[in-house]
Structures are given as structure tokens and as C-alpha cells.
Design a protein around this ligand. Structure first.
Ligand code: ATP
Ligand code: MG
Length: 249
């Protein structure tokens, strides 16, 4: 609970901060996660703290891509677990994509706490507790994955990703769907689908889109994916930011 008044002009942003801080207090988010959130917030300010049309198009293409996948997996880190645990569980339920905990600042204890946190929000089995495979070419702790999960996935949805691992996953031939507020990050630049939006908006949006698209045939879903152009989406965000800034001046 917080004493942030609901009519505070930055209510949503402050509540999001509060969730990250309480994630740190619970031992599910790393202290470095606070800094990552801060970097994200700065970009959120620049896009007006709203889902841009190009982000909505990316979320739609992402929903279709996950529905078309044979072995989709949702990769969860400490920030995503603190911000959207129930929504990630819901996305996993409606797509059949298992959740796998994958951390940059990995400790066995933190992985376990995140698994328990997701289960407290309704998750069944969560992967990542006993990694038995490694992503080639990565020296960070994030190389540790489950053979039945991320290692053999064809599509990996990573709400918050590190650039190195994004490149390594793409290098393994996987489609990577990333959410990253920074359109210039290595993650956004190398993902197959880059959603430049706050995870607190992107994941609930995707839940709604998956519900809408679930009954559609593969041809319809392929059409959505084909119409989406990631490079153009990123360019649109940058265009929006520069126009937005020049209008303020
Ligand atoms: P990269 O490794 O991709 O080059 P980076 O090293 O700058 O990026 P990291 O520290 O690896 O960034 O991860 C933080 C990234 O996550 C930042 O790019 C930030 O914009 C993004 N981010 C942080 N919080 C959120 C959020 N709530 N929603 C969406 N994106 C976020
Ligand atoms: Mg990084």
C-alpha cells in the first residue's frame, strides 16, 4: 500500500516505481533493476506515456506471432515479475507459452522467489529453476536456460531483455519479441519485433489482442505478421519523439 493520492498527475508512474521498489524489498528484483526502470521512464516521458500507434501495431504482430509459434516461451526477469506478474500468467495461460525465469543477476534464491511470486499470481509450473542448457556465445548468467523451454523455443517473448542475449537468441534462429522503451537500445535494434512501450501497458494490451485473435485462422495471422515492418515501426517512434520535442519548444 502507498499514500500516493490517485489524483496526483504522476500517479501511474509513481505506482509503477512503487511496484519495482517493493520487488527489490521482496528479493525478486535486483537493485540494478531500479536503474533499468529509470532509463525506461525517461523514454516513456518522451513518448508521452502512452501506447503509440506503431507500438500497438507491434503488439498486434507479436500476438499473432506467438499464436502462430510451435514452441513459444515467455522469459521473465525480476522487473517484469514485479510489474506485471498476473498479466504474464494470463498471457501464458491463453497462449500455452510456458513461463521461464531468466536473470542477468542470477542467484538460485532470487529465481525461486520469482517462481513463487508467479505461482502466487496463479502460475502452474514455471521453468528456470533447474537450467540444463546454455545459449551459445553468452558469458553472462543469462546464458542458463531450460532445454524444454527457451533453448528449444521458436519464439521467445522477453518483456525486458538485454541486448547481448537478444542478439544471441536471434543468432540461434529464434524470433525474439521484446518490449523496450528505448528504441535505440541494442535490444530494440536487434529484436524480430520491438515493442517500444511500457511493459505495464504492453502486456495487458497483448492479452486483449491474443483473446481477439485466438479464433482466427493461420492465414489471417500470417497476414498481420507480413504487414508489420519492424524497422519502419522503430523509425516511426523516433519520428514521433523528435516531432514531440520540437512542438514543446
Ligand atoms: P541494451 O542491453 O538492449 O543495449 P541497455 O543496456 O541500455 O540496453 P538494460 O539495462 O540492458 O538496457 O535494460 C533496461 C532496458 O529496459 C532499457 O532499455 C529500458 O528502456 C528498458 N525498460 C526499463 N523499464 C521498462 C519498462 N517498464 N517498460 C519497458 N521497457 C523498460
Ligand atoms: Mg544491456
Amino acid at each position: 500500500m502507498t499514500d500516493i493520492p490517485q489524483d496526483h498527475p504522476r500517479y501511474h508512474s509513481l505506482m509503477t516505481r512503487h511496484r519495482i521498489v517493493s520487488g527489490v524489498d521482496k528479493g525478486i528484483t535486483s537493485q540494478e533493476g531500479l536503474i533499468a526502470q529509470g532509463r525506461g521512464e525517461a523514454f516513456d516521458y518522451l513518448i508521452g506515456e502512452e501506447t503509440l500507434p506503431s507500438a500497438r501495431a507491434a503488439e498486434y504482430a507479436a500476438a499473432a506471432t506467438i499464436l502462430l509459434a510451435e514452441r513459444p516461451v515467455i522469459s521473465v526477469n525480476g522487473n517484469a515479475a514485479a510489474l506485471v506478474p498476473a498479466e504474464l500468467v494470463q498471457l501464458s495461460d491463453i497462449t500455452g507459452a510456458p513461463l521461464e525465469v531468466n536473470l542477468f543477476y542470477r542467484t538460485g534464491e532470487r529465481v525461486l522467489k520469482i517462481i513463487e511470486h508467479l505461482q502466487a499470481h496463479g502460475a502452474g509450473q514455471v521453468l528456470g529453476g533447474q537450467p540444463d542448457a546454455a545459449i551459445p556465445g553468452l558469458s553472462s548468467q543469462r546464458c542458463k536456460v531450460c532445454r524444454s523451454g527457451i533453448y528449444s523455443a521458436d519464439v521467445v517473448f522477453v518483456p525486458l531483455e538485454d541486448g547481448d542475449r537478444c542478439e544471441a537468441l536471434v543468432g540461434m534462429g529464434k524470433k525474439v519479441v521484446a518490449v523496450d522503451l528505448n528504441p535505440l537500445s541494442r535490444t530494440a535494434q536487434c529484436a524480430t519485433i520491438s515493442i517500444v512501450d511500457n511493459v505495464v501497458r504492453a502486456v495487458p494490451n497483448m492479452v486483449g489482442m491474443v483473446m481477439e485473435l485466438k479464433g482466427r485462422d493461420a492465414g489471417y495471422l500470417h497476414g498481420i505478421v507480413k504487414d508489420f515492418n519492424n524497422k519502419r515501426g522503430l523509425a516511426d517512434v523516433m519520428d514521433f519523439i523528435s516531432r514531440h520535442l520540437s512542438e514543446i519548444n
